[in-house]
Each structure stands twice: as C-alpha cells, then as structure tokens.
Design a protein around this ligand. Sequence first.
Ligand SMILES: Cc1cc2nc3c(=O)[nH]c(=O)nc-3n(C[C@H](O)[C@H](O)[C@H](O)COP(=O)(O)OP(=O)(O)OC[C@H]3O[C@@H](n4cnc5c(N)ncnc54)[C@H](O)[C@@H]3O)c2cc1C
Length: 457
Amino acid sequence: MAEVPQAYLEDASGLTGHASQFAAPSTAGELAAILADCRRRLMPVTFAGAGTGLVGGRIGDGGMIVSLERFQRLEIRPGHAIAGAGISLKELHTAAQASGQFYPPDPTEWTASVGGTIATNASGSRSFLYGSTRKWIRSLTAVFIDGSIRAFRRGDRVDFPISPLPAPLARKHTAGYPLRESMDWIDLLCGSEGTLAAVVEAELSLLPQPAALLSGVVFFPSPHAALSAVDSWRPIPQLRMLEYLDNSSLRILSAAYNGIPAAAQSALLIEQQLDALPGDPIGLWIDRLDAANALAEQSWFGQTAHDRERFRALRHSLPEVVNQRVHRNGFPKLNTDYAVPIEASQAMLDNYVSRLEAELPGRYAIFGHIGDAHVHVNMLPESQADFDTGLPLTIEFARHAVSLGGTVSAEHGLGRKKRNLLAIEFSEPQIDAMRDVKRRLDPAWLLGRGVLFAPPS
Ligand SMILES: Cc1cc2nc3c(=O)[nH]c(=O)nc-3n(C[C@H](O)[C@H](O)[C@H](O)COP(=O)(O)OP(=O)(O)OC[C@H]3O[C@@H](n4cnc5c(N)ncnc54)[C@H](O)[C@@H]3O)c2cc1C
C-alpha cells in the first residue's frame, strides 16, 4: 500500500480529509482482496472518483483511499456503452458521439468519473428531459466490503427486507437511500455515495444523436419575465434544457464573456431536439420570445455543435467564475442543492430572493435547473459576519424546501459536508431504516465513514 497523494485528500468541496493508505486496483478481484483485508483489519475505506464532488465525499476520514481510476474499460455498442468506473464523462461523451449516439445525463463537470456520477446519481441541465443517471444504468458490477463481487441487472431485487420511505415530490432527489419495497439493487447502489459498495463497471444506455438541435440563451429585462416564461415553456415538446441565470450570475459572467446585454436582468438557456417536430419550430420560438417580453434581438440562438458548446461553456464557467470570486473574497462559498415540486418553484425562488436581499444583498447568485424546480443558491460571503449570516440561511432554505414537499439534495448528494441536512428531510426512524441497510451491507461501518451519517461511536 502506498502513501496517500495529497490530491486524493481534497475535492471540489474545498474540504480536506485525512487517510493513511492508498490503493488504485485495476481489477474487481484486486479490489475485492483489498476490501476483504480492510474488513479483517477494521480499516475504514473511502472510494475516490475524479474528485469533482461538492460535498467532501471522497476526501477520507482515516483509513484507506481506494481510487477507481484504473477501471478504464470503454466499449460503445448500439444502444449502450460498457464503461469502467474510471472513465470520465468526457471520454464517454466523445466515444458515444463518434458512434452517432449520446449518453443523456449531462452533469456539467465532464471530468467527473462514471463511477462518481453513479455513486451520486448525478444529473444536469439535460435531466429536464432525460432524468438523472439512475435511469440510464442497465447493469452494474459492485464490490462489497466482504470481498464479494456482484453483477446486477435492472430488475434484480434487493434480497433482504427494506422499510420503505416516502419520496419527496421533487423531480430530482439524491438525499440518502431511496428505500422502496422490492427495490432494484441498481436503485439502491446508485446515489449511495460510496457507503454501500464500490461500483467498478456499468452498462449505460445510449440514445441516437438527434438529427437537429436548437440551443439558445434568451435574455429578459426582468427576473419576473424569465420566470413567467419558465412556466409556459416547460411543456414545450422535446425541450431538453431549461436553465436559469439571475441578474447577479449575468454580471459575474459579463466579466468573462462579451455580448451579455446590459439591459438583461435574467436569462434562460434552452435546448430543444427538433427531430420530427411538425411546423416551423424556429418561428414558434420567435413567437414565444415576443409573448414572453424577452430581449429577442439580443438573445442568442444556434443550431451547430459549436453554438451548443459555446452556450454550454458559458453555463459551465459560471460555477468556476463564482468559485474564483469566492477564492478572492477569502471566505467559503455557501451553496444549496435543494429541489421542490414544480408547483412550488416560484414560491421557493421568491423566498430565496426576499431573504437574500434582506440578509446578503449583492452577495449571492442564483442559477441552475429551473425546469426541474432546482436552482442553486450561491452565497458569496465577503466577511466573517456574512458567512455567519449565510450559514443559518442554508438551513432555513432546506427547511423551507422540505416544507414545500422538496428535497435537501437534488443532485450533489450530502457527503460529509452536508450530512446534517438528512435530518431535515427524514425523521430519526426513517434515517434508522437507512442505517439498517448500511449495517446489513457494511456491518463494521467501514465504507465512506462520515458520509451521509455520522460514524457510529
Ligand atoms: C464546476 C462543477 C459543476 C458541477 N455540475 C454538476 C451538475 O451539473 N450535476 C451534478 O450532478 N453534479 C455536478 N457537479 C458535482 C460532481 O461533478 C458530481 O457529484 C460527480 O458525480 C462526482 O463525480 P466524481 O467522479 O468527481 O466523484 P468524487 O468526487 O470522486 O466522489 C463523489 C462520491 O462518490 C463516491 N464514489 C466515487 N467513485 C465511486 C465508485 N466507483 N464507487 C462507489 N463510490 C464512488 C465517493 O466516495 C464520494 O462519496 C459539479 C461539480 C463541479 C466542480
């Protein structure tokens, strides 16, 4: 066993962990032997993907870091891919595209690993149409702490009793284990954040590339105009992206991008598959922009891969530019990942804005997956007092989201950083039902210690 390289004790959460040993096996057999040995020695294990996680899941809390980066199988076949846990989303997307297909889930951070995206049930801007990672897994191979290697296909039911839990009414949900009676193994392992087993390989569904896509960045003179448009645009056929940027996000982006209109106070990013759509889809968008009082002349539309990539890069650069600003400010960012039912989207957003304007005016940005009623609030503290104001707001917002039928994590998971939020969404007996599953599969509580739950004393 090797020393732990510093990079594996960090991730995109900004937290730093600790561990004393490191391994990077390349076969399920090697990994199984390592885990069985850890179990014998009662050595905690944290699985590492690419470290793009935002909640400190892979940083280690003692024991061993086991990286899955050497699981590098990638085969593209008609309708599906077989991908090792260490394959990056970029590699998967590129290979699928070369075959005229695509992998629908699109978490914007393309350096993330297939294993990490399965472990967090990642989703992204295209999840508005296609749903999250879970839906696209046909089969997976997992290695458990007892050294067993098991392959599960869709429909393979968990073979022990489970106490079902109520699911939130939000369209996306990845807080804790989504326990249901006779649930699939795939549904249990996907989103379990490395606390139940390591995912070493998966068979993932691919779709044929759409023949034509329209993408756009539509600017609005007020937040209200954009939010009204969201409500009327959600039912548009084959719309696969509906993303929101508030005024502050646009001002932050203006520092890095030319052409954002000065009059714009909010924007929606859209992407629509045009295949087999009857009529004149472009003409329909012109009418929609008019009806929504958008800044039609200054909005951007395109139909080429280059345009799509330009708009995607704009959206993706936002969290990066926000992080740079946070770094300059010298105080940690406070961000949320809450989703609510569609009907509560407006109420949630109104609450965010009124509370943030009262408590941290000018020091926040709201952006994200408004189509799914899931936007990220980013508070950008400029002083310790700001940070101390923002931290309780994250809890207040979590409670509000849950009171509206929502969830405390729609796509990032809870990891170590946000595990305190689980108790806002679930009662203690419900969390106990999750702990029962954890104990069943990892009796000595060695995997992902401190992730989702405080370690048992
Ligand atoms: C700029 C930016 C944008 C982002 N945008 C999105 C977005 O749009 N949507 C979204 O969902 N997320 C987003 N994320 C978060 C992140 O990319 C996802 O959570 C991603 O799924 C993490 O993958 P990873 O390989 O980096 O995993 P890691 O960070 O290495 O690990 C994440 C968790 O999964 C566990 N794990 C990793 N690999 C395995 C494995 N093979 N088996 C079992 N457990 C494992 C780890 O122990 C840890 O708990 C973004 C992050 C950044 C920095």
